[in-house]
Design a protein around this ligand. Structure first.
Ligand code: ISL
Ligand code: CA
Length: 530
C-alpha cells in the first residue's frame, strides 16, 4: 500500500475555526495562528474545506473563482503562508475540489447564460426540464430566458457539463495551479455524480429522482482516470473522494491499486444507520446496525477513510453517544473505535474536544441553505411547525458548523460570530482540556501517538469478534501483534463475553481493576505479542 494513506487527517471548516481580525468570520490567518495546536495533536494532513472566492450560498461549495481566495478568508499571500507554515510543522494540506458544479456567479456561468458560444456548453442546458430533483430538495432545473440549467444542489450551484472536453481542460489546469503551489491533494466533492450519461426522466422515487442517470457512471471512471494520468501522477498527491450512495464494490472500483483513481473514499452507509429514507427522518440509533455496517466496510473495502463527523453531519456524541450523562466517556469511546478501525482516520474540528450539537432555538439561527430549503419543503408537505423545527434541530448541518470552542467564552472571535456559538463552550473548550491530563483532547493525542507507534494499528488485518445490541469487539493483527478493541455503546454496565488477552493499551475509564464488566460507554484497547 502506498505510504500516503498512512496518515491522520484533521478537517478544518475555515468559516468556523478561528477569526483573526474580529469580523466574526473564521479566516486563513486564524488557521495559521492555530497551527501549533494542530501540530500538537499529531496529525499529518489538514483537509481545508473551500476557501476559494465564493458568494457563499453554500459556504464556499459554490465557487466563483477557483484561482482566488474568498476575501473574507484572506488573500493568496495568506494561503501561501499557510502552506509554508504548515509545511514547516510537517503538515500537508489538501483542498476541497468542487467540480460537479460552480457558483452561478462564476465567469463561466455568466458567459454561458449569455449564450457565449465558447461557454454555453460548460453547463447543462435543456429547453424542457426533466423530472430530476435536487439533493437539497425540489426541482433540479432553473429557467433562464428560454432554457433551463441543471443544478443537483442549490440553484446557485449549476452543474458543469463533463461531456465537454473544455471543462476537463479547465479543471486539469486548476488542479495543477494548486499542486504547483504545494498543495498535497484534494478531497473531491460529490465526485461520483459528476458525469451525466443521459438527461432522460428518472424513475419515480421519493428522493433524488434521476440518479440512475448520473450516479457512479462509467464516464466518471474515465474522468478520474484522465485526472490521475494527466495530472495527479505528476505529483506526490493524496486524494479522497466524497462518494454518495456507494456500495463496497463501487468503493473498490474507485480505489483498488490497479485502477487507482482515488486513494480512498468517504462512504455514507455508517452515517445512515439512524435514518429512514433520508437524513431528515431520524430513527432511534441502534448501535448494532452501526457495528454491522462498520464491519462490512472493514471486511470488504480495500482501504477505508474512517470518519464519524464532518461539516455535513450532526456531532457524533449527540448521535451515537450520550452528550448529557456520559459526555466524556462516549466522546472517548467513539475516539477509541475510530482509531481502532483499519484505514485513515479523519477528525473534524472540535471532535477532539467532544463538541456537541447546538441548541438552536429559532429558524433564524440556522444559516445553512439546505436546512432552510428542507424546512420549506417540510412545510409544503404539511409537517407541523414544531415537528419540522425539531427535525432541523436534530439533522441540520449547522450543528457541526458552530464556532470552534477555544475557551470558556468560545474564544473564536472578539465579536458576535457569523453563526451562533454553542453555549456548551463554557464546559467544553480547548483551554480547559489543555490543562486537564485526562481530557478528551489529551485522549485523542494519545490515540494518535498509539497509532503512530504500533504498526498493527495502522496496517493490521481487521476481524470482528462480537457485535451485540451494545457491545462491539474486534481485533487487529499483523505478523507480530494482536490488538483487541472493545466498546460499550450503552448507559448500562455490560459483561465482556469474549476472552481478551494482552496488556491494556488505552482505556477511557480509570479503574483499579479492569475486570470482565464494561462500565457505561467504556472502551478498551489491549495489545499482545503473537
Ligand atoms: O448533507 C449531506 C449529507 O447528509 C448531503 O446531502 C450532502 O449535500 C452531500 O453529501 C454532498 O456534500 C458535499 O457537496 C455539497 C455541499 O453542500 C456539502 O457541504 C459537501 O460536503 C455541494 O457541494
Ligand atoms: Ca475574520
Amino acid at each position: 500500500m502506498a505510504l500516503n494513506q498512512d496518515v491522520v487527517v484533521y478537517q478544518i471548516y475555515p468559516r468556523s475555526f478561528k477569526d483573526s481580525n474580529g469580523d466574526g468570520i473564521g479566516d486563513i490567518k486564524g488557521i495559521i495562528s492555530k497551527l501549533d495546536y494542530i501540530r500538537s495533536l499529531g496529525v499529518d494532513v489538514i483537509w481545508l474545506s473551500p476557501v476559494y472566492k465564493s458568494p457563499n450560498d453554500d459556504n464556499g461549495y459554490d465557487i466563483s473563482d477557483y484561482k482566488d481566495i474568498n476575501p473574507e478568508y484572506g488573500t493568496m499571500q495568506d494561503m501561501h503562508k499557510l502552506i509554508i507554515e504548515a509545511g514547516l510543522r510537517g503538515i500537508k494540506i489538501i483542498m476541497d475540489l468542487v467540480i460537479n458544479h460552480t457558483s452561478d456567479e462564476h465567469e463561466w456561468f455568466i458567459k454561458s447564460k449569455a449564450k457565449d458560444p465558447k461557454y454555453r456548453d460548460y453547463y447543462i442546458w435543456k429547453e424542457k426540464p426533466n423530472n430530476w430533483t435536487s439533493f437539497f430538495g425540489g426541482k433540479a432545473w432553473t429557467k433562464v430566458d428560454d432554457a433551463y440549467y441543471l443544478h443537483l444542489f442549490s440553484k446557485k450551484q449549476p452543474d458543469l457539463n463533463w461531456k465537454n472536453p473544455e471543462v476537463m481542460k479547465e479543471i486539469k489546469e486548476i488542479m495543477r495551479f494548486w499542486l504547483d503551489k504545494g498543495i498535497y491533494g484534494f478531497r473531491c466533492d460529490v465526485i461520483n455524480i459528476i458525469y451525466k450519461t443521459s438527461l432522460e426522466n428518472g424513475k419515480k422515487r421519493l428522493v433524488l429522482v434521476g440518479k440512475e442517470h448520473y450516479h457512479q457512471q462509467e464516464g466518471m471512471h474515465e474522468i478520474l482516470k484522465t485526472l490521475r494520468k494527466e495530472v495527479l501522477d505528476d505529483y506526490e498527491t493524496f486524494t479522497v473522494g466524497e462518494t454518495v450512495m456507494v456500495t463496497t464494490k463501487q468503493a473498490n472500483d474507485l480505489i483498488m491499486p490497479v485502477r487507482h483513481e482515488l486513494d480512498m473514499i468517504f462512504s455514507f452507509s455508517h452515517m445512515e444507520v439512524d435514518q429512514v429514507n433520508n437524513k431528515w427522518f431520524k430513527t432511534k440509533f441502534k448501535p448494532k446496525k452501526f457495528m454491522k455496517t462498520l464491519t462490512k466496510w472493514q471486511n470488504e473495502v480495500y482501504w477505508n477513510a474512517n470518519y464519524f463527523e464532518n461539516h455535513d453531519q450532526p456531532r457524533s456524541i449527540s448521535r451515537f453517544g450520550d452528550d448529557q450523562n456520559y459526555h466524556d466517556e462516549s466522546a472517548k469511546m467513539l475516539g477509541t473505535l475510530l482509531f481502532g478501525l483499519k484505514g485513515t482516520p479523519y477528525i473534524y474540528q472540535g471532535q477532539e474536544i467532544g463538541m456537541t450539537n447546538c441548541p438552536f432555538n429559532d429558524m433564524s439561527e440556522f444559516k445553512d441553505v439546505e436546512t432552510h430549503r428542507i424546512y420549506d419543503i417540510a412545510k409544503k408537505i404539511g409537517i407541523p411547525k414544531n415537528m419540522r423545527f425539531k427535525m432541523m434541530q436534530k439533522t441540520s448541518r449547522d450543528n457541526a458548523r458552530t464556532p470552534m470552542q477555544w475557551s470558556s467564552s468560545c474564544g473564536f472571535s472578539t465579536t458576535t460570530p457569523w453563526i451562533k456559538a454553542n453555549p456548551s463552550c463554557e464546559k467544553i473548550n480547548v483551554l480547559d482540556q489543555e490543562t486537564t491530563a485526562d481530557s478528551i483532547l489529551n485522549y485523542y493525542r494519545k490515540l494518535i501517538q498509539l497509532r503512530n507507534k504500533h504498526h498493527v494499528l495502522r496496517y493490521g488485518t481487521f476481524e470482528s469478534l462480537y457485535e451485540s445490541k451494545s457491545v462491539y469487539a474486534f481485533r487487529r493483527f499483523d505478523d507480530d501483534h494482536e490488538v483487541f478493541v472493545i466498546c460499550n455503546f450503552s448507559k448500562k454496565p455490560k459483561k465482556i463475553k469474549i476472552y481478551i488477552k494482552g496488556k491494556l493499551l488505552i482505556s477511557n475509564i480509570r479503574k483499579k481493576d479492569y475486570n470482565h464488566v464494561l462500565a457505561p460507554y467504556e472502551a478498551r484497547m489491549y495489545i499482545k505479542e503473537i
